[in-house]
Design a protein. Sequence first.
Length: 156
Amino acid sequence: MSGLLSIGAIIITFLAMEGVTWFTHKYIMHGLFWHWHNDHHNKNHKYFFEKNDYFFVVFAVLSMAFFVAGTFLPSVRFLLFIAIGITLYGIAYFLVHDIFIHQRFRLFTRTDNFYFRALRKAHKMHHKHLGKEKGECFGMLWVPRKYFIEAIKKNN
């Protein structure tokens, strides 16, 4: 794969992961695997790690499998660049969701950026539903327009 195609594959994969995240969150985490995701909404555990963290492991294993296949099998070299895109999205997810939004580590506690305010508000609206039904805002980086408008109004 040429350099430009490789970079394109990484960027497209990163962007596509937002759709994968939305679908996985809405239909898998709030569906068949609610028993893993439940403790993330209800905080009914006393440990640092949540069962919800299993999803991180699932995506990490998938990414590692793509890294191995793309590195050692020339016929599927493109999987290496997909793995890089998935990994970069995983890093972004960790920084935004676990550190910035949920403050699992006390970093980035104050921001006046309207995008980050909108992002926090959208996620807060997602967590107002403690059950698996009636959720909203299932993505991570994509924020519905109404939360941007609200964040901008707060700045004025």
